[in-house]
Design a protein around this ligand. Structure first.
Ligand code: IPM
Ligand code: MG
Length: 356
């Protein structure tokens, strides 16, 4: 029997609460394989106790696992961004996880804040480039605190980095098309009108696009796209965009799904150890109350199984969550659902069992 070695970083705030539920669902769905969960303590809370961030040798160890699952990182008493950069960006850069795949999918009309939009209208996938752009930490602050203070932040776009993200997105558009029997469609989202160096995205997209004549190819500037994804989400299927724009647009997109409580993501280096996480943060305001929605973590666990090749299990998780939402058994994706974190986890476990 195959055993998957999965690194677990439960993290801060609601991270451990939602991770528990995701692990429950993983243990339930496993059939013909099992898991060896390896826990890692890295978090803001751990840093406060020990002053320890992620050591380089642990990044090397992570590369030997089958996948990493991350709950949430962020602690209000720790310097802004310190632990996020060590753990989240440490994983993305250390494991060269160059794709951040974030599906935007509505499972029940009742959850959507847009009038008249149904699950048939909201189903697109954002491919966020995950190792470049504003996130490379190239820059700094000179003469800090003085009147002549200067801050710089350089955006990096490499041909290799863009090409591998764009090619992945074209392949995804193709596989989504064949799965849905609809024509393929990929949209490049950038801001190349104002930030001219982003024109490299325009050219690489056109060059790679020659290999995909079956895929409809178009483009939107990110400001317009923020409007268009609300105005006509049904027009979009697969999006490819920069690291920062992908970060922002997927928080907006989570609202189209009904809430950040269901938005999941896969940080991928195809063929290598990859990392799976809900896109929400540690939510210190509701931490410890047992009311966080664990569905984003559960959906991220589903994406992990899909990546590991256990697509039957992944489908069972997705269809179980879909059933609970579409049947109105879970009526909201935030802390006001009236259901506890554990209750929602138990409901998914129950539904997954029935789906055998
Ligand atoms: C996300 C988060 C991270 C990001 C932060 C916590 C560094 O917002 O995963 O979307 O900006 O990528
Ligand atoms: Mg974000």
């Amino acid at each position: 029997m195959k055993t998957y070695n999965i690194g677990i970083i439960a993290g801060d705030g609601i991270g451990p609460e939602v991770t528990n539920e995701a692990l429950k669902v993983l243990r339930t769905v496993a059939a013909g394989y099992d898991f060896n969960f390896v826990e890692y303590p890295y978090s803001g809370a751990h840093y406060l106790k020990t002053k320890e961030l992620v050591p380089d040798k642990v990044i090397e160890e992570w590369k030997t696992l089958d996948a990493i699952f991350l709950g949430a990182i962020g602690h209000p008493a720790v310097e802004v961004g310190l632990v996020e950069r060590s753990v989240i960006l440490g994983l993305r850069f250390g494991l060269d996880l160059y794709i951040n795949l974030r599906p935007i999918k509505l499972y029940s009309e009742n959850l959507c804040p847009l009038k008249g939009k149904t699950p048939a209208d909201i189903n697109f996938a954002v491919v966020r480039e995950n190792t470049e752009g504003e996130y490379t930490q190239i820059g700094g602050i000179l003469k800090k605190g003085s009147p002549d203070e200067v801050a710089t932040s350089t955006s990096i776009y490499t041909r290799v980095g863009i090409e591998r993200a764009v090619r992945y997105a074209f392949e995804l558009a193709r596989s989504r098309a064949s799965a849905s029997n609809k024509p393929g469609h990929l949209t490049l989202v950038d801001k190349a009108n104002a930030i001219r160096p982003q024109e490299i995205w325009t050219r690489v997209f056109a060059e790679v696009g020659k290999d995909y004549p079956d895929i409809k190819q178009d483009h939107a500037y990110v400001d317009a796209f923020a409007m268009l994804m609300i105005q006509k989400p049904e027009y979009y299927d697969t999006i490819v965009t920069t690291n920062l724009y992908g970060d922002i647009l997927t928080d907006l997109g989570s609202m189209l799904q009904g809430g950040i409580g269901i938005a999941a993501s896969a940080n991928l280096h195809p063929g290598k150890t990859s990392m799976f996480e809900p896109i929400h943060g540690s939510a210190p305001d509701i931490a410890g109350k047992g009311i966080a929605c664990p569905l984003a973590a559960i959906m991220a666990a589903g994406m992990m199984l899909d990546y590991l090749g256990e697509s039957d299990s992944a489908n069972r998780i997705e269809s179980s969550v879909e059933h609970l939402l579409a049947s109105g058994q879970i009526t909201s994706l935030d802390a006001t659902s009236g259901l506890s974190t554990t209750q929602i986890g138990d409901m998914v476990v129950g539904q997954v069992r029935k789906s055998k």
